[in-house]
Design a protein around this ligand. Structure first.
Ligand code: AMP
Ligand code: MG
Length: 423
């Protein structure tokens, strides 16, 4: 049984854990725990690379033209004052018939091999052609620099370049780069399988007729989409009633076939909260009171071989806690590099008083400021159940523990949702 989550390192003896300490604990303990499989490049978007990728030959493989135009030797162009007979025609994909005849130019097209002897290309829009008897002469304007409009072999990737290391998540740009080396498949880490469980007697799946006192299950759809954005595969294990046995059975079944289980709701130590007790009985649990808002408490644990994350039921807290803690753990567990979101300093355009000692993640909007520069706005209402606030936000404003007040113009640290994997 993997033991990282059972380790004493997860124990801490304070009433509440600071955000940085929580992340540090997780980062130190979590190791990749999935196998490797070959993946066809056209299926590899979003997957985590498990191998190095090198360029077996230069990219581009040969000097070529960046333009439709005329290729020539720059020295001849200077010597002949830009008048050069056209002696060859070279289209993309067709190797040049031979070296360029000295003192002449070749009609050439974008991506075509530069003929031996030519080092410069004039774009066709700038060139005038004169017909003279059997042939044509190109009249090329003065002022072109040697090497203009020529792409060098290896200017994108030199032969042997190590372009990718294991742990990288493959974005469209990475797929293009791998394809440019000629590889049709790459070794990737197997995708983690994650079970999602909603809990609560009040929770109703959309589609069912509304009943008094019930709440439609927002968290399942939100978490499933967040998990997909993290690059893992998901299983919907439905809504579990607030009964100890039902919760235990559901967790046991989930643990059997999944790398991790994510629950929302029922994660406190209230009378109707059975998740925490069930995980303690079935496996191991570390319940963290995090000194953050919104959030607390968040549980990490293990049931069988499966990791366990217990998120708060309120949608805002569930999403923020997922993004801050669960997402990096899953990325690392699935073989990826521990992600560190970039923060961007922006002047606040709001007033706020806050308690010292806890870190707040405020739903924030980027706004054009009075002077035309961007500033960070704060969603005006606070409630942890306000899904509207998540929709209005462009990201999270992170406010450090020691800060007690923010006045308009104060610099704040803004984390765009894109830095947290939400497109
Ligand atoms: P709990 O963490 O179970 O005490 O739930 C806290 C709040 O979140 C309650 O108002 C729940 O009704 C709400 N909640 C719990 N689960 C969900 C869910 N899946 N979708 C929407 N709201 C939920
Ligand atoms: Mg509940």
């Amino acid at each position: 049984m993997p033991s990282e989550l059972l380790d004493d390192c997860f124990e801490h003896n304070r009433d509440s854990l600071r955000h940085d300490e929580a992340l540090e604990l997780l980062k130190e303990r979590i190791r990749p725990a999935v196998g490797v499989e070959p993946v066809a490049l056209d299926q590899a978007h979003g997957r985590i690379l498990a191998q190095q990728v090198r360029a077996p030959r230069p990219v581009p493989a040969f000097d070529n033209s960046a333009m439709d135009g005329f290729a020539f030797a720059h020295a001849d162009y200077v010597r002949l004052g830009g008048r050069m007979p056209v002696s060859a025609r070279i289209a993309a994909g067709h190797a040049s018939a031979g070296p360029l005849e000295p003192g002449t130019a070749a009609r050439i097209f974008t991506g075509a091999v530069m003929p031996q002897g030519a080092d410069t290309v004039a774009m066709q829009e700038d060139v005038r052609l004169e017909e003279d008897g059997g042939g044509r002469t190109a009249i090329i304007p003065a002022g072109l620099k040697a090497g203009a409009n020529r792409r060098r072999a290896g200017e994108d990737l030199a032969e042997g370049t190590l372009l990718l290391e294991p742990g990288v998540r493959l974005r469209p740009q990475e797929l293009a780069a791998i394809a440019s080396t000629g590889a049709a498949k790459v070794d990737c880490y197997r995708q983690l399988k994650i079970a999602i469980l909603s809990t609560g007697d009040e929770i109703l799946r959309p589609g069912a007729p509304y009943q008094p006192g019930r709440v439609y299950d927002s968290n399942f759809y939100m978490l499933r989409a967040l998990l997909e954005a993290t690059g893992v595969s998901t299983t919907d294990l439905g809504v579990i009633a607030d009964r100890p046995q039902a919760v235990r059975t559901a967790l046991e079944e989930a643990a059997a076939g999944h790398d991790a289980i994510i629950t929302s709701g029922g994660a406190s130590r209230g009378e109707e909260d059975h998740v925490v007790t069930a995980v303690e009985k079935l496996g191991h649990l570390h319940m963290w009171q995090l000194a953050i808002k919104p959030g607390r408490p968040v549980s990490f644990g293990q049931v069988g071989k499966s990791l366990f994350f217990g998120l708060p039921g309120n949608p805002v807290a569930a999403m923020v806690c997922y993004l801050l803690y669960v997402r990096p753990v899953l990325i690392r567990r699935g073989g990826g590099d521990w992600p560190v979101p970039h923060r961007f300093p922006l002047p606040a355009d709001f007033d706020m008083d806050k308690k010292a000692g806890r870190r707040e993640f405020v739903r924030g909007m980027v706004r054009p400021g009075k002077d035309g520069r961007a500033s960070a706005g704060k969603y005006p209402r606070d409630g942890s159940g306000l899904i509207s606030s998540l929709r209005a936000a462009d990201g999270l404003i992170e406010i450090a523990e020691e800060v007690e007040r923010i006045r308009p113009g104060d610099p704040v640290s803004f984390i765009p949702f894109s830095e947290l994997g939400i497109g």
